[in-house]
Design a protein around this ligand. Sequence first.
Ligand code: FES
Ligand code: FES
Length: 151
Amino acid sequence: MKVNATINGMKRVLDVQPDEYLVDTLRRYNYLSVRRGCDTTSCGVCTILVDDQPVPSCAYLSVRADGKTITTVEGIPKHAEKLSEHFGETGADQCGFCNSGIALSVYALQKSGKGITDETLRHYLVGHLCRCTGYQAQHQAIKKYLGDSDE
Ligand code: FES
Ligand code: FES
């Protein structure tokens, strides 16, 4: 089946199977920042943006992407690099495996125009599991990164 989607600002025609999930399609098309972290739709590592909304690509059938705008980390390199550097400088992460999904959810929050508060941050990060940290340092680092004036 053919799926027409705009990926990171470029129009693409994807050849997909009816039962294929977007994480697998995107990896097949070399968007290798998109990864699987679990088999239970519960870790958030595979997060991408569909029409600016974070979704787990391991649970999103590729055929649903027809006519949609998809964003992966390859499409937001400066934002992802800056956030990653900030994590490193503040010691807020360890292995970094969860970072690509988190970077996209943080980007979605930034684009949403909603205020950066503990509540909005928790809302956008709720589906992201991190095996290494206790979350608090990550959340504080992200708030600082986003320029929260309360910090
Ligand atoms: S791979 Fe874990 S939620 Fe998608
Ligand atoms: S820093 Fe290792 S999984 Fe989050």
